[in-house]
Design a protein around this ligand. Structure first.
Ligand code: SF4
Ligand SMILES: [Zn+2]
Length: 129
């Protein structure tokens, strides 16, 4: 059980009260990342389906999501104290986000808005194993 003395329960932020972290968080993040990488690739690389480089980036991002220790309570990676991305992968995904972020509002508005909300969420304390 939760030891309240050693691990005081953090107060949920206003954002978490309005948009609670739901079990759909990781699935939504997968869809968002895939859509962003596709937009980026179509424009910057191959013009149709995912090129090999972008497919590898997507697979890498999916693997990090699967292994993310926060699970469904995942914060925005940019606010994460762990930063599990290698520097070159981080730079790649940053480029994708910079390009695709503003375009997502037109192409996938619901995902884009949820992403903007998810992106403001802080990292919750991790349970000790
Ligand atoms: S950077 Fe942090 S939040 Fe993002 S996937 Fe890695 S551990 Fe999870
Ligand atoms: Zn590509």
């Amino acid at each position: 059980m939760h030891d309240a003395a050693n691990h005081p329960k953090p107060r949920p932020t206003l954002l978490d009260r309005i948009f609670p972290r739901t079990p759909k968080r990781l699935a939504r993040e997968r869809r968002t990342i895939e859509s962003m990488i596709r937009l980026y690739c179509q424009h910057e690389h191959c013009g149709s389906d995912l090129c090999q480089e972008c497919a590898e980036l997507r697979d890498f991002a999916f693997l990090r999501l699967t292994k993310c220790p926060y699970g469904e309570a995942k914060p925005a990676c940019a606010k994460c104290p762990i930063h599990c991305y290698k520097p070159e992968r981080r730079e790649q995904i940053r480029k994708v986000m910079r390009f695709a972020g503003p375009r997502m509002l037109l192409r996938h508005p619901v995902l884009a808005i949820r992403h903007l909300i998810d992106d403001r969420k802080e990292a919750p304390p991790l349970k000790k194993k």
